[in-house]
Design a protein around this ligand. Structure first.
Ligand code: NAP
Ligand code: GCO
Length: 260
């Protein structure tokens, strides 16, 4: 059974993985045996992250490129294939959120969120699929969200992107399953990272709101996502395709804490 979850001999690329959820996922895949490759927008963040990976016993290789830039993405995928090897596992993790009431949000802001959170996973998947086909298969994991299923005030662009990412996941699964490529989504609940730091600030009512909406009665951590990510990246999930695995402490199952 242990071998089912082994990633020995596999090359995994995790986007936006200098810190946060991406870093946690990369550590998990590295500890399961994968060769870890990651990217970020800034060299200084990549350099700092490489030291943090080393503290985890992982010799990660970092690249600097913007996942929305198709020319840069294709150039770096070719470079990674040359320097490290064909990418067996792609985790589309890089993402942003803008919390603005929709009627106040500019079209440029809306487009930027869609570009990074939805267009970029398309660009990245398109770049790695040809070599996965040649190699006989691969794994693509898209980081979805509660907002793949639910809406809330001020996150219209993000919800549209993450809802679209759910269907992009299902379509890649449909189109490339015959090549032994499995494409699944990982849908975190509310996770304590820099992205949600504003929601967890002292006195922010959203903090207690999320605790009341989560049966586990706590914020999640990147570590909560590590086992599910290794599962979706490994042989153990070879017949799981087009599935969104929600790791949310039960939020999607729960109406919310009843009044006492
Ligand atoms: P985070 O702390 O904001 O980290 C996002 C990462 O993505 C950063 O390393 C960032 O790099 C990178 N990034 C942003 N735009 C990029 C681009 N154009 N090209 C390359 N890298 C880029 O976010 P997180 O909380 O770890 O979330 C990671 C993923 O999980 C996102 O897709 C998010 O939507 C999703 N998610 C988060 C939660 C949560 O509660 N935290 C829940 C569900 C889903 P820079 O620092 O250089 O900008
Ligand atoms: C927000 C949060 C959420 C989380 C996550 C939940 O403002 O509602 O940032 O969107 O990031 O996506 O799954």
């Amino acid at each position: 059974m242990e071998n089912l979850f082994s990633l020995e001999g596999k090359v995994a690329l995790i986007t936006g993985a200098s810190y946060g959820i991406g870093f946690g996922l990369a550590v998990a895949l590295g500890k399961a045996g994968a060769r870890i490759v990651f990217n970020d927008l800034k060299q200084e963040k990549v350099d700092a992250a490489i030291l943090e990976y080393k503290k985890e016993g992982i010799d990660a290789k970092g690249y600097v490129f913007d996942v929305t830039d198709e020319v840069l993405v294709n150039r770096h995928i070719a470079l990674i294939e040359q320097e490290v090897g064909v990418i067996d596992i792609l985790i589309n993790n890089a993402g942003i959120i803008k919390r603005i009431p929709m009627h106040e949000m500019s079209a440029a802001d809306f487009r930027q969120v869609i570009d990074i959170d939805l267009n970029a996973p398309f660009i990245m998947a398109k770049a790695v699929i040809p070599s996965m086909i040649k190699k006989g298969g691969g794994k693509i994991i898209n980081i979805c969200s509660m907002m793949s299923e639910l809406g809330r005030e001020t996150v219209s662009a993000y919800a549209a992107a993450k809802g679209g990412l759910k269907m992009l996941t299902r379509n890649i699964a449909s189109e490339y399953g015959k090549y032994n490529i499995q494409c699944n989504g990982l849908g975190p609940g509310y996770i304590a990272t820099p992205q949600t730091a504003p929601l967890r600030e002292e006195g922010n009512p959203f903090n207690s709101f999320i605790i009341a909406k989560t049966p586990a009665a706590r914020w999640g951590t990147p570590e909560d996502l590590q086992g599910p990510a290794v599962f979706l990246a490994s042989k153990a999930s070879d017949f799981v395709n087009g599935h969104i695995l929600y790791v949310d402490g039960g939020i999607l199952a729960y109406i919310g804490k009843q009044p006492e």
